[in-house]
Design a binder for this molecule. Structure first.
Ligand SMILES: Cc1cc2nc3c(=O)[nH]c(=O)nc-3n(C[C@H](O)[C@H](O)[C@H](O)COP(=O)(O)OP(=O)(O)OC[C@H]3O[C@@H](n4cnc5c(N)ncnc54)[C@H](O)[C@@H]3O)c2cc1C
Length: 383
């Protein structure tokens, strides 16, 4: 790959991949977006098609049934899906940039052989770190893991777990010793069918409603010894490092969302007539669209730069935090201005702008709030 070329001119293989995801999103997902939002449910056949297209195992090596693709392609997929439906974007994000990413890096060869083919084929995954009392302060988690002769016994409750309603596998963080602070945190791969595992209440949300967000309950949940991922007490490293990378794809989600809102607003402005001409001919509307387009472009550049840095194994922490912070900020304002360009109908569910506006809000909250991103950026600046 030629990394000397401009960030937005993609090599042929990446461009083909992008076009394929874009076509799928527009042809297959778009007709169902409103209904899925209203029903708070992602259609099973669309998830099946995402697996069949390889979108749910992008970086899984071909020998394990995946696409043998790249981290950058995962970010592209999340962006393209989110331009049509940010719920589809986050479903793909958690699967690829959090769970698969962690397993590729920390699972043993035996664990990869056992689980990656299932994940690539049809098993949706969740990433279970947060709890009621531990969000930004993730390492204050209380879920307890105790070992006995037959493996691990987990007790506790996880909150806000994306994909949990449909997922078959959970990358889950617990502490083996609450006194040890972050050094007690250990990572496990928990199957939905393990005894003592249950998915609890599903949240009724403002946005990304088609993506499920649920509580996960561990009541003496039995996990085989072989399902510990990485080393004992080193789960904090897995959590930090996957989230550092995953947030680049959330920047992709927010960039895609903002582009979706901009495209919808531009198309509407060309066909909506007032005072005898299309509203796109009024300079005030043009200036608004130009500002929105500039912000989308800047968000995309920050996102692609962070993704390329990560892909080429260069330091990317500050750039990833900047990308997520900026893209989620402009997604909200671009979507808000799109609602206004649509006028009254923008405020209704008959047009896509209001949903983009609702969906944008989550970008400043999950995978590290905007405050946490700015704290990361400041630490890097001042170190
Ligand atoms: C729809 C959705 C999906 C999610 N999916 C997942 C998932 O799949 N897996 C998972 O593990 N978690 C998930 N989460 C949890 C998410 O990551 C947390 O909600 C997020 O990290 C914030 O934590 P909190 O909600 O406890 O807020 P808090 O940490 O209580 O923060 C509340 C406010 O205080 C601010 N704040 C907190 N600490 C500081 C500080 N030190 N300095 C400055 N400001 C501070 C925050 O910025 C925020 O504005 C999801 C959440 C939602 C809403």
């Amino acid at each position: 790959m030629d990394y000397q070329q401009p960030l937005t001119v993609l090599p042929e293989d990446e461009e083909l991949f992008r076009q394929e995801v874009r076509k799928f999103a527009r042809q297959r997902i778009a007709p169902h977006v409103r209904e899925m939002d209203e029903k708070s449910h992602f259609r099973e056949e669309l998830l099946r098609e995402m697996f069949d297209l390889g979108l749910m195992g992008i970086e899984i090596p071909e020998e394990h049934g995946g696409q043998g693709g790249t981290f950058f392609e995962s970010v592209l997929a999340v962006e393209e899906l989110s331009a049509v439906d940010p719920s589809a974007g986050v479903i793909c994000d958690v699967q690829n940039t959090l769970v698969i990413n962690a397993l590729l890096r920390w699972a043993t060869a035996a664990q990869k052989k056992q689980y990656l083919p299932r994940i690539a084929r049809d098993t949706l995954c969740s990433y279970a770190l947060s709890e009621a009392g531990s969000g930004s302060d993730a390492f204050a988690l209380q879920t307890l893991a105790k070992s006995d002769a037959s493996g691990w016994i987990l007790n506790g409750r996880k909150l806000w777990i994306t994909n949990a309603q449909e997922a078959g596998l959970f990358l889950l963080f617990a502490t083996v010793d609450p006194e040890a602070g972050y050094k007690g945190i250990t990572c496990f791969l928990v199957e939905r069918g393990f005894p003592g595992f249950a998915v609890g209440r599903k949240e009724d949300k403002l946005g990304i409603r088609a993506s499920s967000t649920c509580e996960v309950i561990l009541d003496n949940c039995r996990v085989p010894a072989a399902n510990m991922i990485g080393e004992l007490g080193k789960g904090y490293k897995i959590a930090i490092e996957t989230l550092n990378e995953g947030r680049i794809a959330i920047a992709g989600q927010m960039t895609g969302l903002a582009r979706g809102a901009l495209d919808a607003a531009s198309a509407y402005a060309k066909q909506r007539k007032q005072f005898g001409k299309p509203i796109s001919e009024f300079q005030a509307v043009q200036l608004e669209l130009a500002g929105m387009a500039t912000e989308v472009e800047a968000a995309r550049l920050l996102t692609y730069n962070a993704a390329r840095l990560r892909q080429t194994r260069r330091p990317f922490l500050k750039e990833a935090a900047m990308a997520k912070y900026y893209a989620s900020t402009i997604a909200e304002t671009v979507a808000s201005r799109a609602v206004e360009i649509f006028g009254g109908v923008g405020f209704t569910k008959d047009y896509p702008a209001e949903k983009f506006y609702r969906d944008a809000k989550i970008g400043r909250i999950y995978e590290g709030t905007s405050n946490m991103q700015r704290i990361t950026i400041a630490k890097q600046l001042l170190s």
